[in-house]
Design a binder for this molecule. Structure first.
Ligand SMILES: [Zn+2]
Ligand SMILES: [Zn+2]
Length: 1024
């Protein structure tokens, strides 16, 4: 079915028409967060794409022009690593050997490898997006646009090179930005060591004291340069004795417990007294001149460790700052590939993380190790290749985002986050702790950083190939703006005439995707791009998974604010993660991955869409499994579909046409009720969609479908059999409007219905449901009182069914009476009470309050909560009086007059906790303060009536199984046991009417077919 709809859409260009019909209308802007297409699409891609589709469809129906430009994220580490893997490379040396041009060529091909799979999945799921106009972040015009924005940032002095310690992936050979860092924490166990550093100067040397230092990165001890103490913290020299061996150690007094053993404080002094005290380092492997003394640093805390912090300035930002203040050198024995330089003793050639073990061994052997344990903590890893990151001093290009922090907070304040908690929680925290954006990457496949420099460090940032061509005096409009081609372009410095070369770095690919609001148009270089950009900035709506708070959501807002002083989006929907049916992450390793295409082929795209949109909160993690999908589909979509088939069947049987529709004032109360519900539904769904709340939309739509099918149609069946035009018209109107309301969420089934039901009945309507205007409620048809009454009727019926099921008395067995306790019961119209009687097959209904004491046991207790509020301490006295009161008469009095006096206290109904238990022979069901009691006593008349219904049911079922048409008239030949014959004969007329029998003939040769009830029959159809 869905494939036929896809064909219909494409051959009739429905998507294009939906756009064309809104040209010139107010714009509603959606930005597509570009996926990287060098891997296969997963189920989480469907999730995001469903949400990206539903709101643009809705806004289009609301009269907006919603352009939907697809995009592809092309650059960056993910692509490079995939290609490295494919070529069997283990690092940058292999790439250089292979050739940068060739390598980038492979990257370019890799990006496009799975575009087809993405396109197919996207089309299959009915996500309307324009692939023909897609933006590619590797396209020259896109790169030039990114260059232009970098120049804007550079001109403001916010793009600078700095020598900082930053997280760095030794395998990928490049630094990472803070938002990338946030995506790769993993729990690891590291050694936790306490090491002695013997003091070699001053009074403490005379005590043979050692500084005690704690570290979880023993490999950094090789480059120990200093030890930091806090100037204002109290430190102590203690004599400590462990296993009869005593020694003197220096630690911060609040952390004395870290020493362990017995100890005696010999000396107490401020951290500042330790200034410039020299010590002997434990691993004397590399030359570090003029170093190894205690320095002062304010960042030292007494939260853990010893209050004495080992300093390795090449591997810690704080270390670097503190050591710089003392003019200490930065000595780095670790190569960019993460291994110790070959000539380093003991650990030369070892990967930094692997050096911990041999170094701890050395520390132990030399007696420097005081104690060691294991320490489990979360440590940053490369989000792409999972290598442990190293904090590493290197020159890098930064965008000084910290200097626009106030503007970012201001823009965030204006943004509507769904869910709202993200704004000041996860995302707000992120902005508040903002650090500068480490923009450059020492890699190959990325947007080249467009900065040229001469040896005198004069620099210029280039905004376009045209500008570059002008400076270099070459025609460059067709130059591939990637490495290595762009690296070859040089020109003379305007200040010193020396040659200017491009700096070697490329940029963070997250900058590319964050630039899409303008770069997708080639702004400002390309013709027409300025108008296009201005008309579509900022976006009304973006939507991605919640982890993008530190990815795309951040870069998009930051670049917008940097370049245009305005965030690039107003509403952002954050989606929860997709888990398997047991709540585990989907992974190839666990074998629990659901392939998107297979999932849609099995259940249908609409089923998957409906599940994603309606079954649960969009921002919670959600479990996806086959059973869960089938379940929601059966409950709602199948019911909707069956109701359509039902209408088609009876509309056809009675040659119904829309011009027969009677005026609404002439319709029955049931018709008025469902139309009232329908118009309320329009308002509710409209509101939910406008607030990006598909879960609420799904909930009210499902409730309406249930009302329509399981109450309106169910209660109106006889009218449909009779070809009642008011019923047919009402159901048609409900289904047509419902279909429009469902269209954004389940576009396939809605289209099918539109074609088969709505367009068949009225060929003048729009060619597709997706070309219609969103329904507008007729508020004059909304009757909230009526809605309430029917809702109550349905609840009472549910209670009755529950009581029936519990009692095991079949629904076909009539019962004499039921007692109901529900507020508002007495004012329920007679017609609705009759419906309840009929549904429950109970002859009389009465208010439980009217039942006398011989039917119901009533017991009462004081409601301490409400009484306590009224009478304070006297509540105990009131409770005592209530406990001894006559429950039945007190409850009756309260129910009739609303008030009663007990002792000297006045009470109301709410002051009592009432328990009404019908006496034996009754079955009670209760829910939410409403209850129903069924009288199970059976008289001979009731039994006979039950038998008649069994007979009718059996004949009706046979009619169906024999394939008779619903209007066929029949002859019934029957036989029954002695006890049944009388009942049958007495009710023959009634039975005949129900089963459309013209003749009812007893035939004793017929054998009983239904053992239980002891009767049998044969049916014959009349030829006319
Ligand atoms: Zn890496
Ligand atoms: Zn120069």
């Amino acid at each position: 079915m869905e494939h036929a709809i896809l064909d219909f859409w494409s051959s009739n260009q429905i998507f294009e028409k939906s756009l064309a019909s809104r040209v010139g209308a107010p714009m509603w802007t959606f930005y597509e967060g570009p996926p990287t297409a060098n891997g296969m699409p997963g189920t989480h891609h469907i999730e995001a794409r469903v949400f990206k589709d539903v709101f643009p469809r809705y806004q289009t129906m609301k009269g907006k022009y919603v352009s939907r430009k697809a995009g592809w994220d092309c650059h960056g580490l993910p692509v490079e690593i995939a290609v490295e893997k494919e070529l069997g490379f283990s690092g940058k040396a292999d790439i250089e050997k292979f050739g940068v041009a060739e390598f980038n060529d492979k990257c370019r091909t890799s990006v496009t490898r799975h575009v087809d799979a993405f396109t197919k999945m996207t089309e299959r799921m009915g996500f309307w997006v324009d692939f023909d106009q897609a933006y590619w972040t590797m396209a020259p015009e896109y790169v030039e646009s990114v260059w232009w924005s970098l120049k804007e940032v550079w001109k403001k002095g916010l793009l600078v090179q700095d020598h900082r310690v930053a997280p760095y992936c030794p395998r990928c050979g490049t630094g990472l930005s803070d938002h990338e860092l946030a995506q790769g924490y993993e729990t690891v166990t590291d050694p936790s060591v306490f090491v002695r550093f013997p003091i070699t100067s001053g009074e403490l040397q005379a005590l043979n004291a050692s500084l005690l230092v704690w570290t979880t990165t023993p490999w950094t001890l090789v480059s120990n340069t200093a030890i930091a103490a806090h100037p204002d913290v109290d430190y102590v020299a203690v004599r400590t004795t462990v296993d009869d061996v005593s020694e003197v150690l220096v630690v911060a007094e609040p952390l004395l417990s870290s020493v362990g053993g017995d100890h005696e404080i010999l000396k107490r002094f401020k951290g500042s007294d330790l200034g410039r005290v020299t010590y002997q380092r434990p691993l004397n492997y590399i030359e570090i001149p003029d170093a190894h003394f205690v320095i002062m640093a304010e960042y030292v805390t007494t939260e853990d460790g010893t209050g004495l912090v080992h300093q390795a300035p090449a591997f810690g930002a704080d270390d670097l700052a503190s050591c710089r203040a003392y003019g200490l050198p930065v000595v780095n024995p670790v190569a960019p590939d993460g291994t110790f330089l070959a000539d380093t003793p003991v650990v030369g050639g070892l990967f930094f993380k692997d050096a911990d073990k041999p170094l701890v061994k050395e520390l132990k052997a030399s007696g420097a190790l005081y104690k060691s344990t294991q320490y489990e903590h979360s440590y940053p890893h490369c989000w792409r290749c999972h290598t442990a990151l190293i904090y590493y001093a290197q020159p890098s290009w930064y965008i000084r985002t910290t200097s626009i922090k106030d503007a970012l907070l201001r823009e965030n304040e204006k943004t509507h986050w769904y869910p709202e908690t993200i704004k000041n929680g996860r995302y707000g925290d992120w902005l508040n702790n903002n650090i500068d954006w480490a923009l450059s990457r020492n890699r190959y496949w990325g947007t080249p950083l467009p900065i040229w420099r001469c040896e005198n460090k004069h620099e210029i940032c280039i905004a376009s190939l045209a500008e570059l061509g002008e400076l270099s005096g070459q025609e460059l409009s067709n130059l591939d703006p990637h490495r290595p081609f762009v690296d070859d372009i040089t020109f003379a410095c305007s200040e010193c005439a020396l040659t200017m070369n491009r700096v070697p770095e490329v940029i963070d690919c997250w900058y590319d995707s964050g630039s899409m609001p303008f770069a997708q148009w080639g702004y400002p270089h390309k013709e027409g791009s300025v108008e296009k950009f201005k008309a579509a900035y900022p976006a009304d709506f973006i939507c991605e998974a919640i982890d993008q708070t530190r990815g795309w959501f951040y870069t998009l807002m930051t670049i917008g604010t940097l370049v245009f002083d305005q965030s690039s989006y107003e509403n952002v929907l954050c989606l929860g993660h997709i888990l398997d049916k047991d709540g585990r992450k989907m992974s190839k390793h666990l074998g629990n991955v659901l392939e998107p295409m297979a999932l849609m082929d099995q259940h249908g795209a609409d089923a998957v869409r409906w599940y994603m949109l309606a079954a649960g909160s969009p921002w919670s993690s959600r479990r996806v499994g086959h059973d869960a999908i089938s379940d929601v589909v059966r409950k709602t979509l199948l019911t909707y579909w069956n109701t359509i088939s039902f209408h088609a069947l009876y509309a056809q049987a009675s040659d119904f046409s829309l011009d027969q529709s009677p005026a609404i004032t002439e319709r029955s109360i049931m018709d008025k009720w469902i139309l009232s519900e329908l118009n309320s539904l329009i308002l509710e769904v409209d509101k939910a969609y406008s607030e990006f709340d598909t879960q609420s939309a799904g909930k009210v739509l499902a409730a309406f479908i249930d009302d329509l099918s399981n109450w309106y149609v169910r209660r109106s069946r006889r009218r449909f059999w009779d070809g009642d035009v008011a019923a047919l018209a009402t159901l048609h109107e409900c289904l047509a409007t419902l279909t429009q309301l469902l269209a954004p969420m389940v576009p396939f089934i809605a289209e099918r219905t539109w074609q088969d039901l709505v367009r068949v009945a009225d060929p003048s309507v729009a060619l597709s449901v997706h070309l219609t205007d969103f329904p507008v409620a007729d508020q004059s048809l909304i009757n909230l009182e009526l809605n309430k009454q029917v809702a109550m009727t349905r609840r009472v019926v549910e209670l009755g069914r529950a009581a029936r099921a519990e009692s095991a008395v079949k629904i076909r067995q009539p019962l004499q009476r039921a007692l109901i306790s529900a507020s508002g019961w007495s004012s329920l119209p007679v017609e609705m009470k009759e419906q309840i009687s009929d549904e429950l097959n109970v002859l009389d209904l009465a208010d439980i309050a009217d039942a006398d004491g011989d039917l119901v046991d009533v017991s009462i207790k004081a409601n301490f909560k409400s009484l306590g509020a009224k009478y304070g301490k006297a509540v105990q006295d009131v409770a005592k009086i209530i406990a001894s009161a006559d429950a039945i008469s007190l409850v009756k009095q309260l129910r009739t007059s609303g008030k009663a006096t007990v002792g000297s206290f006045e009470i109301e109904l709410e002051d009592l906790v009432i328990t009404e238990v019908p006496k034996s022979g009754w079955m009670v069901a209760s829910h939410d303060g409403e209850s129903l009691a069924l009288d199970l006593a059976l008289s001979p008349e009731l039994i006979a009536a039950g038998q008649v219904r069994e007979i009718i049911r059996a004949i009706q079922e046979r009619r169906k199984s024999d394939g008779f048409d619903i209007s066929d008239r029949i002859e019934v030949r029957w036989n029954a046991s002695e006890s049944l014959v009388h009942t049958w004969v007495a009710s023959a007329e009634h039975i005949s009417a129900e089963v459309l029998a013209r003749a009812m003939i007893r035939d004793t040769t017929i054998t009983f077919s239904e053992d239980e009830l002891e009767f049998g029959f044969e049916l014959k159809k009349y030829a006319d």
